[in-house]
Write a protein of this length. Structure first.
Length: 365
């Protein structure tokens, strides 16, 4: 049972990453563990002119105007800031050489960086029941969990990074500047015969860049593209935004915004993933209770089928937003500040330094 549960959780969470960020894997390769995840969510604190030169990204006026027209076309930045929560239901279809895998997903978002996803994988069953699982992240508690087959595990590492990526209740461009990004004009291009302004968005280091194509006619976002080097080979990815519809708020404000009800991801020119929305609702007064830790037994089975000693799962703690360099949430940039230091006193400086590991092998001379 432990082997089955572990394999199914791994398989299901792998399917859940079909719209993952292009840079998550690169970040995961650096270090493992909770400390790494926490670092991914630290926001840059540019307090000195020297740091601004190193980390700050300049933006040109033309690109800023394109972004502002886009926000206005969605409904205006002020209206987007009035969104308190969002409920979305959609079909997610992953294509491959051997066929396709479909999942039906319900996504709940609430300000305060609270996310919940409920997945049902079509065509897979366990004891005649559909393969399903729930993922939750609570920004106030800075903890995340996954529930499957009645067991609950902490969300951590790459799985957590994938889950929180590209989730915002309003839109990435609402707070792009204060989050440490820069935008610049690249030129003009076409998306399905629609003439577009192309801008490039850079993270605070300037190393991670994504290009966005905004329609000259409607000012709406039609495509973004980037190069993904997280796998064995670098591939070009394109995400298309289609079938915009006006969605009214469920409260009494009578506000409404434009939302793309169909997304497509192409890898090296081939259709890889398709997302079709069936329901979008804003400001439905989602309860905080749905973003609490799900009820269930702690999962203690090893992924390789072994049994681990039962222990209370230590939920991964992260900051309030997705990783660096992606079109997705708030404050992704990592700072050089705030690096935690191991315990132990330095008798000369009065600061802390790492204690030697008695089991560690001496470094080669």
């Amino acid at each position: 049972m432990f082997r089955l549960t572990g394999n199914l959780i791994c398989g299901a969470l792998l399917v859940s990453s079909i719209l993952v960020a292009p840079f998550v894997s690169a970040q995961e390769d650096a270090k493992k563990g909770q400390k790494q995840v926490e670092d991914l969510f630290k926001k840059v604190d540019l307090k000195s002119e020297e740091e601004t030169k190193v980390f700050g990204q300049k933006s040109d006026k033309e690109a800023i105007e394109v972004v502002n027209r886009y926000l206005q076309a969605l409904g205006s930045r002020d209206v987007l800031l009035k969104i308190n929560d969002r409920l979305a239901k959609f079909r997610n279809i992953k294509y491959s050489a051997t066929g396709q895998t479909e999942a039906v997903i319900a996504l709940y978002l609430k300000r305060g960086n609270k996310y919940r996803e409920e997945w049902e994988i079509k065509g897979f069953k366990i004891k005649d029941a559909p393969l399903a699982f729930t993922q939750v992240y609570n920004g106030e508690l800075q903890e995340g969990w996954v529930k499957m087959l009645g067991t609950v595990s902490p969300l951590e590492g790459r799985t957590l990074s994938v889950f929180v990526w590209d989730k915002q209740v309003d839109d990435f461009f609402v707070s792009w500047e204060e989050d440490g990004y820069g935008v610049k004009t690249i030129g003009q291009g076409l998306v399905e015969d629609d003439s577009c302004d192309i801008i490039e968005v850079s993270d605070f280091t300037g190393r991670q860049k994504i290009r966005y194509f905004f329609s000259k006619k409607s000012a709406l976002l039609l495509k973004k593209e980037w190069f993904d080097a997280s796998g064995k080979q670098t591939v070009k990815k394109e995400q298309f935004y289609k079938s915009y519809k006006s969605i009214g708020f469920s409260d009494q404000s009578k506000q409404k915004v434009q939302f793309p009800t169909q997304l497509e991801i192409h890898v090296d020119g081939d259709l890889d993933t398709e997302r079709k929305y069936t329901d979008i609702r804003y400001n439905t007064s989602l309860k905080d209770a749905i973003f609490a830790k799900p009820e269930g037994k702690p999962f203690t089975g090893g992924i390789d089928g072994t049994k681990k000693k039962p222990q209370a799962p230590a939920a991964a703690k992260v900051g309030p937003a997705p990783p660096v360099g992606v079109h997705g949430g708030r404050g992704r940039s990592r700072s050089r500040r705030g690096v935690s230091r191991p315990p132990g006193k330095d008798p000369k400086a009065g600061t802390t330094k790492a204690q030697p590991d008695p089991k560690a092998k001496p470094a080669p001379k």
